[in-house]
Every structure is written in C-alpha cells, then in structure tokens.
Design a protein around this ligand. Structure first.
Ligand code: V47
Length: 362
C-alpha cells in the first residue's frame, strides 16, 4: 500500500500509530505544526476505522437551554445575558413542558445546559430533570456541565457527590462536556477568570465517573491558546480517562467570535484548522471511544468531511440549540433524520442511530 504521507516528520508518527503505540506531547506538536493535512487525516482515519469500521453515530436529540442568565462573564461567550437585560430569559417548568409537547417521541437524548443563574433554587434543577423524564420517558438526559454541577453544590450547600447522586435519582444519565474551555490557568485567567479551575472540572468528572455517571469532554480552541496549551488539555483528559474510563466522547469546539467580546481581536478558525483539530484529537486521545464533529459549530458541510479525518460521531438532529444562535451561526437549527443519514451515507459510511450512551437504537 502506498502511504499518503508527504511530510517526512509524520512518518515516525505513522510508525507509532500503525503499531498502536501511544503518542507523546512532542508528537502532538509535530501533528499540529504540519501542513500535510491529508497525511494527518489518513492516520486519524486509520485509527477511527480500527475502532468503529464504517460506522458513524448520531442521536435524535433536542437541546434545552433553560436560561441565559449567568453570574460569570466569560469573554468568549455571546450567549450570556445579565439579569434584567431585555434578552435575558429563564424557562419556567411550564414552558419546558410546552416545548416537550409535540412530535418528540423519537427523541433519545435531551441535552440540557444553561447559565449560572443567581437565584434559581436547587429544586428547580431536580424538577427540570423529573419533568423531562416524565414527558419523554424514552429519552436519556445529558444535563449540566461540571460548571453547573459546581454551582448547584454551592447553592444547595451539598457536596458534589450528593448533588450528583440526587440528580441521578431525578433522571440524569450523563454529563455534557462543556465548561472545560482550555485547561491552561494562564489562558483561563484571561478568558474566564470566574469559572471553576481546570482541577475542579477534572475532579467533578472523576466523581461523576465513580458514581456511574459518564461524561463528555470539550475543548474550546481557536482563540488565544497555543498548540502547547491544546496538547496539555488533551493529555490531562487522556490521563483521567486512563484512570476512570468514564468519558464517552471528546468534542473540539471551534471558537465562534462573531458576537463575543473578542470579535475584533480574533478571526474565526479555518476549515483546515478544524479538520486538523479533529484528526489530532483522534490521534492523541487513544483511550476515548468517540470523537465528535459538532456540526452546529463547524457547519454540516465541514462536519461531513471531518468524518474522513477521524470523527465517528455527528452529534444529532438538534432542536433549538441557542449558544450557536446567540454566537452568530446562521445555519439551520435542526437536521431531519433523513438529512443526517444522507450526509453520512454520501461520505461513504453507515449511519448508526445511538442513545446518549452510544448504544445503538435500531
Ligand atoms: O463550555 C460558549 C462553548 C460550551 C462559545 O457534550 C462557545 O455532547 C464557541 O457543552 N464559541 C457549551 N464555543 C457547549 C457544550 C457542548 C456542545 C456540544 C456537544 C456537547 C456534548 C457539549 O460552549 C461552553 C463553551 O466552551 N461556547 N460560547 C463561542 N462563542
């Protein structure tokens, strides 16, 4: 077989990849610095094919962003509004019930995240889960990033373990991967100084995994971080995963600057960089089962191409996701099952409808 790698620096990495050897920090730097995107993609696709063959996963899901009011003021976030702002909102439980009515009987995953609201009581969150479970009993609930879990511990006066147990009892299946941003303390201080630390984010995930609550992990890239920062982030995730095996999926999130405080300083990521990020994630995170091409942020056309660069998950049909809408992404807010399957099939793969835990549904 002719190996389609043109950058000689990648050949020694291919030697490791093809022999299932773990890549190290320096290898990661070489991967990020190469412009041989096709060589990089070839290696990442090789790993994806070993793990999943021709399968590409997706879920019929709906998002619920229960509030955009947040006590934090992260510089990258265009979703957050202060209390009293004309665009600030909180969904009441009754409004949530209304949203869940309708043709949602095939929904397998409800993805719930929101801002850190100063006054919503702890009971609201438990009731939210119970209400969703009651109205969509066939769905699993992926709710509350570690940032929200930390907030819930503070407002309830309970410890993280207790909060997680009570949420699980109320219907929580797993945690979404948000709030990780970038672990580098230096960058966190600049971007989101009020947010919980990287150590705390990792610790909450560890506790969740110990309690049988799996989670996802994200990384926000394409702002003021360096390749070294990205690699530190990936290696910290890999280390925790070695210990717990509780992560289901990694989602690289390209920064959407359009409506954020940083819009004048930072240009959006390019397609080249997004594909590179997917491929490097697949190669460095050898112990993560799934790498997601999050079409809501990447755009469906590039997300489709990313399936050839190491991604095996296309997220879902998505109804009403608001972070991207507030951040200036003008794409459709939903794909039908037929559309998502067409996108996967046209790229040469086999669509597999999954639930929130990546179990095939049909
Ligand atoms: O943590 C906020 C990011 C995340 C912007 O688990 C932004 O399957 C880019 O948790 N540009 C929340 N990103 C989203 C999240 C998520 C998304 C997709 C899949 C999953 C999953 C989880 O959104 C935040 C933050 O990193 N974010 N603003 C922005 N302007």
């Amino acid at each position: 077989m002719v190996i389609p790698i043109s950058d000689p620096a990648l050949l020694k990495i291919w030697d490791k990849v093809s022999n299932n050897k773990r890549l190290q920090f320096e290898d990661g730097l070489t991967l990020f610095k190469t412009t041989d995107l096709l060589g990089l993609g070839f290696m990442a696709f090789h790993v994806k094919a070993q793990k999943h063959g021709p399968k590409i996963y997706y879920v019929i899901n709906r998002h619920l962003n229960y509030t955009n009011i947040c006590v934090n003021c992260c510089k990258f976030c265009a979703f957050r509004r202060p209390e009293g702002h004309p665009e600030a909102y909180v969904l009441t439980i009754e409004e949530i019930v209304q949203k869940l009515k309708g043709p949602d009987s095939s929904v397998r995953e409800v993805h719930i995240v929101g801002g850190l609201h100063p006054d919503l009581p702890y009971t609201y969150y438990l009731e939210l889960l119970k209400t969703v479970k009651e109205h969509l009993p066939q769905s699993q609930i992926k709710a509350f990033t570690c940032v929200e879990i930390d907030h819930l511990a503070k407002i309830s006066g309970k410890d993280i373990r207790q909060v997680l147990l009570e949420l699980k009892e109320a219907g929580l299946t797993c945690l979404p991967g948000g709030g990780a941003e970038i672990f580098s303390e230096k960058i966190r201080q600049k971007l989101c100084p009020e947010k919980l630390t990287a150590e705390r984010w990792l610790e909450i995930n560890r506790l969740a995994h110990e309690l049988g609550i799996p989670s996802n992990a994200t990384m926000l890239y394409g702002h003021i971080e360096s390749y070294e920062d990205r690699l530190e982030h990936l290696l910290a995730l890999r280390e925790l995963q070695d210990q717990t095996q509780g992560f289901l999926c990694f989602i690289p999130l390209p920064f959407l600057p359009y409506k954020s405080y940083l819009r004048k300083e930072i240009a959006p990521t390019t397609g080249f960089e997004d594909l590179k990020m997917i491929a490097v994630s697949r190669l460095m995170l050898d112990n993560f089962p799934h790498i997601k091409a999050y079409w809501v942020f990447m755009g469906i056309k590039l997300a489709q191409v990313a399936l050839h660069f190491g991604a095996d998950d296309l997220h879902g049909t998505v109804i009403e996701e608001k972070i991207s809408a507030f951040s200036g992404v003008e794409e459709n807010q939903a794909l039908s099952l037929q559309e998502i399957e067409r996108v996967i099939r046209e790229a040469g793969f086999e669509p597999v409808e999954r639930d929130a835990l990546y179990q095939p549904v049909r």
